[in-house]
Design a protein around this ligand. Structure first.
Ligand code: PMP
Length: 364
């Protein structure tokens, strides 16, 4: 691949094209001047288009975890009852952030590889009337499973009227997430995922409901105090010095994304994912996720018995220059993952599948 020496098939950072990378070498500008005001306003508007939101959206110089933390510390107070729906490592992280800031967290956990059964959300909310907010991962990167956020949101918002905070780090910009239509109150994402930019910027949409919750929220915050972001955005500035080079890169990436069109991007991700799922199954491998909840941005593949994850990943990298991801936590020795968010060419799909085939045969 021309833009990236290694065929980087991890779930972020995703490959960045030369034209986007080139933007990173631009001269610095005054982040409190007119030129940056135009840039931040235009980047924010285009992010909102892709997020499908007309409500607030703020850009943080942070990674996705920073946006998740921002969602929590700007809406909740210590002692608040929170439901954390988790289907893997990133759902656990969201729950953990809330716990560290003093929320009283009830966890609804699914088996690794499965998505959340919406009926279970109804039943936990029925049994816990004091719950104020629900945290949920849209696309669980550690297992390659996508939650049915539309159904979960309907329950959380329409049936129970709770605040809905969504980790959309590996979904927004790649697979459909209708922030306003589905009434998601805060949705976090990060530049190194489907946005095709390098890591370091995080995004957070923030609804009117979230602002209402903010008015009584007492969790401590400073760098991530969204009231500062809102106040400064009125004059086209962020409160703190932003990563300008990443703004330049993101500006270009958003141009490319909007030129392609959101529905075309979603379709492209669905087709690419299907090619990977078909391809690995043709090699005789089994997928961790069930077909109905398999992610269109990450594919988790079960390692055949006797194959060590580390050896397999090393051979694919050193002998085929294809970088795959291992499993996380208890899945570390059981699966490998293929990241396919952002740009993936047919040639890279073929190259990845041959690297997998070759590495498995070599280890047999
Ligand atoms: N949530 C999900 C679903 C993710 O995929 C990631 C990154 N892999 C994160 C949260 C954390 O994002 P970051 O590493 O950018 O902090």
């Amino acid at each position: 691949m021309e833009s990236n020496h290694t065929n980087l098939r991890i779930p972020g950072p995703t490959p960045v094209t030369p034209e986007i990378l080139k933007e990173m070498s631009r001269f610095m500008i005054n982040h409190r001047g007119d030129e940056f005001r135009q840039l931040i306003e235009s980047v924010t508007e285009r992010l909102k288009t892709i997020y499908e939101t007309k409500q607030d959206l703020h850009i943080l110089t942070a990674s996705g975890t920073g946006a998740m933390e921002t969602a929590i510390v700007n809406t909740l107070s210590p002692g608040d009852n929170v439901l954390a729906i988790t289907i893997g490592a990133f759902g656990d992280r969201f729950a953990n952030i809330a716990e560290i800031y003093g929320a009283d967290v009830t966890i609804l956990r699914s088996a690794l590889g499965e998505s959340t059964d919406p009926d279970k959300v109804t039943s936990v909310l029925n049994n816990n009337p004091n719950i104020k907010a629900v945290l949920v991962t849209h696309n669980e990167t550690s297992t390659g499973v996508t939650n049915d956020i539309e159904s979960i949101a309907k329950i959380v918002k329409q049936d129970f009227g709770k605040l809905l905070l969504v980790d959309g780090v590996s979904s927004v910009g790649s697979v459909p997430l209708k922030t306003d239509d589905w009434q998601c109150d805060a949705v976090a994402s990060a530049s190194q995922k489907g946005w095709m930019a390098p890591p370091g910027l995080a995004f957070l949409s923030f609804s009117l409901e979230s602002w209402k919750a903010n008015a009584s929220s007492t969790m401590p915050n400073f760098y991530f105090d969204l009231r500062q972001y809102k106040k400064y955005m009125e004059i086209g500035q962020p409160p703190w010095t932003p990563n300008l080079s990443l703004f330049f890169a993101l500006d270009k990436a958003l141009d490319l994304m909007l030129r392609e069109g959101i529905s075309n991007i979603h379709l492209r991700h669905a087709k690419t994912a299907q090619k990977f799922r078909d391809g690995v199954q043709e090699l005789g491998l089994k997928l961790l996720a069930k077909p109905e909840s398999a992610s269109d941005t990450i594919t988790s593949v079960l390692l055949p018995d006797g194959i060590q994850a580390k050896d397999f990943l090393t051979i694919a990298k050193t002998e085929h220059n294809v970088e795959l991801a291992g499993g996380q936590q208890s899945l570390a020795s059981k699966i490998f993952r293929i990241g396919h968010l952002g740009l993936v060419s047919d040639e890279e799909i073929t190259e990845t599948l041959s690297a997998i085939k070759y590495s498995l045969e070599k280890l047999k």
